[in-house]
Design a protein around this ligand. Structure first.
Ligand SMILES: [Zn+2]
Length: 569
C-alpha cells in the first residue's frame, strides 16, 4: 500500500469560485484522491481557504463585517459548495488557523537563522486619517492615462495600465476617502530567493517527469531578466500572521503581517495539523521525512498562475528551513478554462459559478464535463452546446442507457433478480479481453494524471457494454434460447457494479446509485475482469434505478446561455 499526500491550491476567501477555478485544482485533485483510495492506497487529501491579505479586508469592509467574522462565514459557504461537488477532502482548513500562525512564524525564524531573510526599507503611501500604510489597491484616484476616476493604485480597470499610487491624480484612501496621504519609509522582510537560485534550479532539473507547463514556468522565473528575485514577505496590514512576535529574531516589524503568499502554502502543513488535532491523527507522519514521511508521494494540483509560488517560493521556504520537511514530488498544473467565447469574470459575473451550477444540475454532470475537458495541454472552452452534447451523449445515451436497458429487460423477462442458466461464449470472451485491455489503459492514464485520456478510456469502457448488448441481443435470444438470454443478462448486470467502481472517481453519486440498484457494497477494483463479471451470482436481487442521467433540452440550454452571459448580482 502506497501513501499519497495530495493538495489542491487553496481558493481565496472573498467569494464563490467559478467552474474554471474548480477544474484548475480542486476537482482534478479529488479525482486523483478518489482513484488512489479506490486502489487501496492511503490518502491524505488537503485543501483550505486562503484567508489573509488585502482583498479579504476590502471584501469584509464592503460587507460591513469584521474581517475575521467575514472569513468564518465565507469559509462555511465554500465548504458547503465543496460538499455539494463531492470534493472528498480529508480536511478543508483555514489559513487563518492558530496552527498556521505558529508554523508560519516558525518557518520565518528558521529562514532568518539560515541567513535567508533581509530587511529592506521602502517608501509607501501612508494615510494620516486612517493611521496606517495603504496597500496599492487601497488607494484610488484619476488615471493619468485615460482619465478614469476610480483607477486603483496598482492598475486602472478602465484602460488596464499598470500604475504606481504616485501616478494617480487626486489620490485618496478607499477606507476613509482622505486625501491626506504621504510617502513614508517602511521596513519589510525579504526572502533571499536569489541566494537559493542554483539549489532550486538543480531541484527543478531533477524533475524530468513533470509537465512542461510546470517546469517551463519555473525556468522562466529562474532565468528571465536578472533571474530569480528576492521577495517581500511582509506587508503593512493588520489581518494576517503577525510578523513581530515573541521569539522573533528581528525587531521593527510591529503592526506588520506576513504576506499572504508566504503563509498560504504553509497552510497545507497546517491544515494537516488541523486534521490531526480534530481526529487524533499524526500529521507529521505526512510531512516530516524523519517521522515517517519519506515513503509519502506528494502531489500538488494548481492552475498555471500558481506555479511560480509552488515551484520556487514555497520550496525555498521548505529547503531554506534546514529541517526535514517533505518536498513536493509532482506538480500537476492546468491552463485556463474559458467561457463561451471569452473569459470567466468574477467581477462582471460572466460564466457559471459553483453555487449556480449546483442549483441547475447535479454535481456529476459538471464533474464529468469539466474533467473530460480539463485544460491540460492548452486552454479549453466551456460552451453550452458542448456541455449539452457531452451530458446527453456520454452520460445519458451511453452509460445511463446501458443501465436502463439491461435492468428493464431483465425485470420484464426474468424479474428483479439475476437470472439462472446458460453459459458464456465467444462474445463474452471478446468483451472480457477488450475490457481488460481498456481497464489497464485507464489505470495507466489515471496514475499519470492524464485526465482527458482517462475520461476517454472510461467512456470507451461504457461503450463496450452497449456494443456487447447490441451484438448479443438478449431480447432476440430470449425468443429462441432463454438460457442464453439469461447468461447475457447476468453478465450485463454484473457490468453495472464494475462500471460503478471504475467511474466513481469521476461521477461518485451515479456510482453510488448504480451500486445501490445492484444491492452491493463491494467496491473492490476489477483486477480480474472475468471474476468481476461473475461476482453477483444468479438469484442476487437488484432494483431498476430511476433515470441515472437526464438529458438537457434545447430550451434549457438557451435559457442558461442567456442567464450566465454576465452581470451576476
Ligand atoms: Zn486608465
Amino acid at each position: 500500500m502506497a501513501r499519497h499526500l495530495i493538495t489542491s491550491a487553496i481558493p481565496y476567501i472573498n467569494g464563490i469560485k467559478h467552474l474554471g477555478n474548480l477544474v484548475g485544482s480542486q476537482l482534478p485533485a479529488d479525482l486523483f484522491a478518489r482513484y488512489q483510495r479506490a486502489r487501496g492506497h492511503e490518502v491524505m487529501f488537503i485543501c483550505a481557504t486562503d484567508e489573509h491579505g488585502t482583498p479579504a479586508e476590502l471584501a469584509a469592509a464592503k460587507a460591513g463585517k469584521p474581517v475575521a467574522e467575514y472569513c468564518t462565514e465565507m469559509h462555511e459557504v465554500q465548504a458547503e459548495i465543496a460538499r455539494g461537488f463531492k470534493l472528498s477532502f480529508d480536511h478543508f482548513g483555514r489559513s487563518s488557523s492558530a496552527q498556521n500562525r505558529k508554523l508560519t512564524q516558525h518557518f520565518a525564524v528558521q529562514l532568518a537563522k539560515a541567513g535567508l531573510l533581509r530587511e529592506v526599507t521602502e517608501k509607501q503611501m501612508y494615510s494620516k486619517a486612517d493611521g496606517r500604510f495603504l496597500p496599492d489597491r487601497y488607494i484610488e484616484g484619476t488615471c493619468p492615462n485615460c482619465g478614469f476616476e476610480s483607477a486603483r493604485g496598482d492598475q486602472c480597470d478602465n484602460c488596464t495600465k499598470q500604475l504606481d499610487p504616485v501616478d494617480l491624480i487626486n489620490p485618496h484612501s478607499v477606507i476613509s476617502g482622505s486625501t491626506d496621504l504621504e510617502l513614508r519609509e517602511t521596513k519589510h522582510l525579504f526572502l533571499r530567493q536569489s541566494a537559493m537560485k542554483d539549489q532550486l534550479d538543480a531541484w527543478i532539473d531533477s524533475k524530468t517527469d513533470w509537465p512542461i507547463l510546470t517546469t517551463s514556468i519555473a525556468k522562466k522565473w529562474l532565468h528571465d531578466g536578472d533571474g530569480l528575485q528576492d521577495r517581500g514577505i511582509t506587508r503593512d496590514l493588520s489581518w494576517g500572521v503577525p510578523a513581530q512576535f515573541e521569539g522573533a529574531p528581528w525587531s521593527g516589524m510591529e503592526g506588520k503581517v506576513f504576506y499572504v503568499w508566504f503563509d498560504a502554502p504553509i497552510e497545507y502543513l497546517a491544515a494537516t495539523q488541523e486534521w490531526a488535532d480534530k481526529t487524533g491523527g499524526d500529521w507529521e507522519r505526512w510531512w516530516r521525512t524523519d517521522k515517517g514521511a519519506d515513503d509519502v508521494t506528494y502531489t500538488e494540483f494548481m492552475g498555471k498562475d500558481n506555479v511560480p509560488f509552488h515551484t520556487l517560493s514555497f520550496p525555498a521556504t521548505i529547503l531554506g528551513s534546514n529541517e526535514p520537511w517533505k518536498l513536493v514530488d509532482y506538480i500537476k498544473s492546468f491552463n485556463y478554462l474559458n467561457y463561451d467565447g471569452g473569459q470567466f469574470s468574477t467581477s462582471r459575473g460572466r460564466g457559471v459559478f459553483m453555487d449556480q451550477a449546483l442549483e441547475i444540475l447535479p454535481a456529476d454532470y459538471w464533474r464529468w464535463w469539466l474533467l473530460s475537458h480539463a485544460p491540460e495541454s492548452a486552454d479549453s472552452e466551456f460552451t453550452w452546446e458542448n456541455f449539452q452534447t457531452s451530458v446527453n451523449k456520454d452520460l445519458a445515451d451511453v452509460l445511463g442507457n446501458f443501465v436502463s436497458r439491461i435492468t428493464k429487460f431483465t425485470r420484464s423477462k426474468f424479474g428483479e433478480a439475476l437470472p439462472e442458466g446458460g453459459a458464456w461464449g465467444e462474445q463474452e470472451d471478446t468483451l472480457i479481453d477488450e475490457l481488460t485491455t481498456r481497464i489497464r489503459a485507464y489505470e495507466t492514464h489515471m496514475e499519470a494524471m492524464d485526465i482527458r485520456k482517462s475520461a476517454a478510456e472510461l467512456r470507451a469502457i461504457w461503450v463496450a457494454g452497449n456494443e456487447y448488448l447490441q451484438a448479443s441481443a438478449p431480447w432476440s435470444a430470449f425468443k429462441t434460447d432463454p438460457d442464453r438470454a439469461a447468461a447475457i443478462a447476468r453478465l450485463a448486470l454484473n457490468l453495472i457494479p464494475l462500471y460503478a467502481v471504475l467511474s466513481a472517481p469521476f461521477i461518485p453519486d451515479a456510482a453510488d446509485s448504480m451500486l445501490g440498484a445492484m444491492q452491493t457494497e463491494d467496491r473492490s477494483w476489477p483486477q480480474d475482469v472475468k471474476a468481476a463479471l461473475a461476482a453477483l451470482p444468479a438469484g442476487h436481487a437488484f432494483t431498476t434505478p430511476e433515470v441515472l442521467f437526464r438529458k438537457i433540452a434545447d430550451e434549457e440550454r438557451e435559457d442558461w446561455q442567456k442567464r450566465f452571459a454576465g452581470t451576476r448580482d
